[in-house]
Design a protein around this ligand. Structure first.
Ligand code: SR1
Ligand code: MG
Length: 408
């Protein structure tokens, strides 16, 4: 009987036996080695290499708790969601996700293409590398996956079937707590404030009752607006990149939610890269980030509008003015989520290296205040962000305010 007919958490030796039993990609005389390479918050990721011929594969396995903390008890169903979403995204946006080779319901694991000739985008951005094709790739990914899974295009009963398949109770709860709730309230023990920034955050965020009203509205929109099948965690740690190629990984938080959730995550994480570049006084890099943010928003709008005209099937959505109204709503959500992500990564439990690796305390405090000052505006004034430059201008005004300069 197979060692893998009932679930257990594998170590590197188990994974070598596992790939020998489950996959046919390695040659007879392969000399397999395995390393655990995961650095995410939830799962275990193994890279298996045939040292003799150079073939390789990734095995990802879900445990019953999150890697970041045992406090999060999680269903291993997230691997089913991730595998199926990757297969679907590969059809909707070919070439922009890794190939899935196997999904194993018993071991809660999947096998996929090894992307080790790529770099995790957050790591590359921490080295201030630039990627001219990124805006084009990520906007194609988002437009295709979001628009083509929405009621604008899909037959509505088929879409509701997908909504059912991608109910993601526990991972949505993580987002509801870590993104939409905890960062705004001073009464939980998971927030971690940077020393020296506590009082400023208390008066600027925790004490802002109007802001909390807006984040309550946004939380209910996240929970109730089943607009499209989201990636659900589209930060720069979920993207593998090299000069001319981009691959989006890790859609385990996928579910039907508001489209702006994905777009806003991309924008916010580019702003984090900007904050790191700014703290390290790399103007070429920050200018590239600003240009890229503008391109992401503007190319998203342009491609969305073009694809809408090609693909729309719903009669009422063809009504003059509806597309423009719909896109404005998506952009308002995008702005709001940009603000939410900027806030939660600074105040909440799950930090980003772009900020936490700024070792000079004054520079880190300044970077956090710039991000949070802009974040408040993105959330409260979300309907005012209709073009790429609106995002960049608001962020640069926040920078000037924090640095004590007059805003024009
Ligand atoms: C407990 S998980 C913390 C964060 O890691 C994931 O990548 C998501 O962003 C989540 O919010
Ligand atoms: Mg992840």
């Amino acid at each position: 009987m197979s060692r893998f007919s009932s679930y257990f958490l594998m170590n590197t030796d188990d994974v070598i036996d596992y790939v020998k039993e489950k996959l046919t990609i390695f040659r007879e005389d392969a000399e397999l080695t395995c390393k655990e390479i995961g650095d995410g918050n939830l799962n275990y990721v193994f890279r298996v290499v045939d040292e003799k011929h150079g073939d390789s594969v990734i095995i990802k396995q879900a445990g019953h708790t999150a890697r970041i903390s045992d406090e999060f008890k999680l269903s291993t169903d997230r691997i089913r969601i991730e595998s199926n979403v990757l297969l679907l995204q590969d059809k909707l946006s070919p070439g922009l996700v890794p190939t899935v080779l196997l999904f194993d319901d018993v071991m809660s694991s999947c096998a996929m293409e090894d992307l080790s000739d790529y770099t995790i985008m957050r790591t590359a951005l921490l080295n201030h590398e630039t990627f001219p094709a990124f805006a084009d790739h990520i906007t194609t990914f988002m437009v295709n996956n979001l628009l083509l899974t929405s009621d604008v295009v899909m037959e509505h009963k088929a879409k509701k079937e997908l909504v059912k398949q991608y109910i993601n109770t526990e991972l949505c709860e993580i987002t509801e707590d870590l993104v939409y709730t905890e960062p705004f309230y001073d009464n939980n023990n998971r927030n971690e404030l940077t020393p020296g920034n506590e009082e400023w955050i208390k008066s600027t965020i925790y004490d802002d009752e109007d802001l909390k009203l807006e984040t309550a509205k946004l939380k209910f929109s996240f929970m109730n607006n089943a607009q499209a099948l989201l990636h659900g965690d589209l930060h720069t740690g979920s993207i593998f990149i090299k000069n001319d190629r981009t691959k989006v990984i890790d859609p385990e938080f996928a579910f039907y939610g508001p489209m702006g959730y994905d777009v806003g995550n991309v924008i916010a994480n580019l702003f984090f890269a900007w904050a790191n570049g700014n703290a390290n006084e790399n103007k070429n890099f920050t200018e590239w980030i600003e240009k890229t943010i503008e391109e992401v928003v503007d190319q998203f709008k342009e491609k969305f509008s073009y694809k809408w005209d090609q693909e729309v099937t719903e009669l009422t959505a063809k009504q003059a003015g509806f597309k423009e109204w719909y896109l404005d709503e998506v952009l308002a959500d995008t702005a709001a989520v940009t603000g939410l992500e900027l806030t939660r990564r600074i105040i909440g439990l799950a930090k980003v290296k772009d900020i936490s690796s700024i070792l000079d305390s004054n520079k880190r405090i300044e970077a956090e205040r710039i991000c949070l000052t802009a974040a408040i505006r993105f959330m409260k004034q979300r309907s005012q962000f209709t073009e790429g430059k609106d995002f960049v201008v608001a962020f640069k005004e926040a920078e000037k305010m924090v640095k004590g300069l007059k805003v024009m």
